[in-house]
Design a protein around this ligand. Structure first.
Ligand SMILES: *Cc1c(COP(=O)(O)O)cnc(C)c1O
Length: 362
């Protein structure tokens, strides 16, 4: 096996989930987000861990993601947050997956598809309170109220919306969204359409906006140990690792990797590591990132290739071929460091870890 792998610490997932629960309290359910292969961690194993730790529901983005869980024997409630298309309705119903409805056309189609097989069916309705992505605009709710009564084989079990700036407490946009959501919910209740669940909070809102908690929260990144606010402590879950497969001493003036963007400025010991941008180690980390070798930081030199990087280990004591290199996840190099060097967010670094990187669950 190629010596490039991620270690996933399932105990840290459990601990992070406990942190979520301690913030929101016992009366709030947890819809754990496992979309995008559980943010790159492996959806099936992570979902089973979360179910064992007591999450009420799982959230995915697509029907395929929901089916992967069903096919692995997971019968827990699964919500597709990303909405569904007409062609997917039969599979959604057949596998008992809870759809998100974000427009009236698909509501009608869901009703028809369920009627065909004499079924009553439940759904969550998404309203747009300011993200301007999926959802019925709250101004258009009248139309929903007019129409939904027709579909008497459908049951609205959840009302939700999504926040776009909950990571920025200096903005008052989130308060505006929360208020709109509460006003919308009130209209449902006044019309005696009380959804069992109302939910709004992603990880940032769980930590920054208690008023957004409703009676269910949707943590994603927190479970995976990133995106901590307000001094809350989350444990890192993913460690990306590889090994030195070649070591060479180069003279001063040697060009390293494609394009000669790095020239050694002294006699240098350069290590070749079998990980590249095809594994999700972004090319824009070229000449920017550091990795952890033998407890110390060593710089990535030259361009990141598809399958390899080179690292200057001249200053590291006692390096050998076969030594483990941590790309992120130990005390020297964190996921947040890599995200900063790549000028992106930890979400992107996690979810890009490629298919050919073996997942090792601890
Ligand atoms: C991805 C997603 C979440 C989770 O967001 P985090 O910031 O990772 O906690 C919550 N709700 C919806 C609708 C999402 O798409």
């Amino acid at each position: 096996m190629r010596p490039t792998w991620v270690e996933i610490d399932l105990n840290s997932i459990k601990t992070n989930l406990e942190t979520v629960k301690s913030i929101v309290g016992d009366n709030v359910s947890v819809l754990a987000i496992v979309k995008a292969d559980a943010y790159g961690h492996g959806a099936v194993t992570v979902s089973k861990t979360l179910i064992n730790s007591g999450v009420e529901k799982l959230g995915v983005a697509t029907l395929e993601e929901a089916m992967e869980l069903r096919e692995s024997g997971i019968n827990h409630p699964i919500i597709i947050l990303g909405g569904i298309q007409k062609e997917e309705l039969d599979d959604v119903i057949k596998h008992g997956i809870i759809p998100t409805i974000y427009d009236l056309k698909i509501l009608e189609e869901l009703s028809n598809a369920a009627k065909k097989i004499n079924k009553n069916y439940s759904y969550h309705l998404k309203i747009d309170t300011g993200m301007s992505r999926l959802g019925i605009k709250h101004q258009d709710l009248d139309l929903f109220f007019e129409k939904h009564a027709k579909y008497n084989n459908l049951r609205l079990v959840g009302l939700f919306s999504h926040l776009s700036m909950a990571d920025d407490i200096s903005s008052d946009y989130t308060e505006m969204q929360i208020t709109l959501f509460h006003e919308s919910l009130k209209r449902f209740i006044e019309l005696n359409i009380e959804p069992e669940y109302h939910h709004l909070a992603n990880s940032a809102a769980i930590q920054n906006y208690p008023l957004s908690h409703g009676n269910m929260v949707r943590p994603g990144i927190m479970i995976y140990g990133a995106g901590a606010f307000n001094g809350f402590k989350l444990l890192p879950v993913m460690k990306l690792k590889s090994k030195i497969i070649q070591l060479k001493l180069h003279e001063k003036g040697t060009s390293v990797s494609y394009g000669g963007t790095y020239i050694t400025d002294k006699k240098s010991l350069i290590a070749t590591i079998p990980i590249g941008y095809a594994d999700g180690y972004l090319r824009r980390l070229s000449n920017k990132a550091f990795v952890s070798v033998n407890g110390e930081r060593a710089p990535v030199v030259g361009r990141v290739c598809m399958d390899f990087i080179m690292v200057d280990v001249t200053e590291i004591n006692n390096v050998n071929v076969g030594d483990v290199v941590t790309l992120f996840g130990d005390g020297n190099v964190s996921l947040d460091d890599v995200a900063d060097w790549a000028e992106t967010i930890p979400y992107e670094i996690m979810t890009l870890v490629g298919k050919r990187v073996h997942r090792l669950f601890l």
